[in-house]
Ligand binder design. Structure first.
Ligand code: TXA
Ligand code: MG
Length: 346
């Protein structure tokens, strides 16, 4: 299959309606199309068409037990997908939709079980990206869309990365430039007694608490699942975001970091302005600035691979704000390998 990459914008900066039409026509015909969103690129298909959804799993090589997020363009699109819209969901939608927030809600019978990998729930998100919103509206159906990478690779933040993974597998990639957020949406479950963050992302835990009060953070966000444990969010159990390089996160000050890597034959993953200290370094955003780190992280992981890095030592992000989402991706990329230079006895 020939994969076309098409610019989603006209030279004057407006969304190219002809490109949107082409994507929508393919989607209505049951095909898979990669589209830009504000978080990462998505691999979209008609969420209500089981055969189309099956093509997503095939194109990605995604395990059948990992459920998909359904993307909508308006609040009226939510009702048919779920059996209830709890008060908390209404408040979150008001505060953060459209935007990088995914809510887990009870699934209605209209959503094929395959979308949710057989779970009784469904994940729903309303993206704010103008191209994503236009494609959903034009297609006239909700779009199931995981990140547009091959299963196990970092999520793609631009069309070239999508093409590298998906060429020959899908007919069309809409190019909307670089993704602004750079990591995937926050996934929050609203089916339990207390709202629970299953995956941190573009909307921070602090922001959710400001709207809802009590919000729990699932253990799997920071820690490796114990053998045999059931993941609340099946995606958390897979080796995700993993470059080929062997990454170790070093927790501590920049001075401690420098002392630890001194004399080691390694590449360093550090913050802007720190790279001059090392013979081989890739940067991912500014220190103490989670949003800038998120915007760079997946690109930086791909750059490490492009450079052929084998052993990598990474600076540790703060765990507050967007830093939690950055840490969640980085600790997985590192296979949960962290050395605490502040408490060396541990
Ligand atoms: O920002 C994003 O969320 C991007 C863009 C394209 O929207 N999408 C994305 O999809 O990251 P994906 O499939 O790569 O990640 C979806 C995550 C997975 O960890 C999956 O297990 C979880 O959401 N998930 C989906 N449905 C779920 C459900 N019903 N219950 C629990 N977790 C669910
Ligand atoms: Mg993904």
């Amino acid at each position: 299959m020939e994969t076309q990459v098409r610019n989603a914008y006209r030279p004057d900066g407006a969304v190219d309606e002809a490109a949107v039409d082409a994507a929508a026509a393919l989607l209505r015909a049951g095909e898979v199309v990669a589209i830009p969103t504000e978080t990462v690129y998505g691999l979209a298909a008609n969420a209500l068409n089981e055969a189309a959804v099956a093509k997503i799993f095939a194109a990605k090589g995604r395990p059948q037990d990992n459920p998909l997020i359904v993307h909508i363009a308006a609040m009226a699109d939510l009702q048919p997908l779920v059996t209830a819209v709890p008060e908390a969901a209404k408040r979150l939608a008001k505060a953060f939709w459209p935007g990088p927030l995914t809510m887990i809600l009870p699934r209605s019978a209209r959503v094929p079980a395959a979308v949710s990998a057989g779970l009784s729930t469904v994940a729903v998100r309303m993206p704010v990206h103008p191209v994503a919103a236009a494609v959903i509206r034009k297609a006239g159906v909700p779009l199931a869309a995981p990140s547009a990478n091959l299963s196990g690779s970092p999520s793609p933040t631009n069309a070239a990365y999508v093409f590298a993974d998906m060429h020959g597998r899908i007919p069309l990639i809409l190019d909307g430039g670089s993704a602004a957020v750079g990591v995937e949406s926050t996934v929050v479950s609203l089916v339990g007694a207390v709202p629970r963050v299953l995956r941190p992302g573009g909307v921070t835990v602090e922001q959710l608490r400001a709207v809802l009060g009590e919000v729990e953070v699932d253990d799997a966000v920071l820690h490796k699942l114990k053998d045999g444990a059931v993941a609340a969010s099946p995606g958390m159990k897979y080796k995700h975001y993993a470059p080929r390089a062997d990454i170790t996160i070093l927790k501590g000050t920049f001075e401690q970091f420098c002392a630890y890597v001194d004399g080691k034959d390694a590449t360093v993953l550090c913050f802007q302005g720190e790279d001059a200290h090392f013979p081989r370094a890739v940067t991912y955003g500014k220190a103490h600035d989670g949003a800038s780190q998120a915007a760079r992280l997946f690109d930086a992981l791909r750059e490490l691979d492009e450079q052929g890095a084998k052993t990598v030592y990474a600076r540790c992000p703060d765990l507050s704000g967007m830093g939690l989402a950055v840490y969640n991706r980085l600790i997985r990329a590192a296979g949960f390998h962290l050395v605490d230079l502040e408490n060396p006895e541990k």
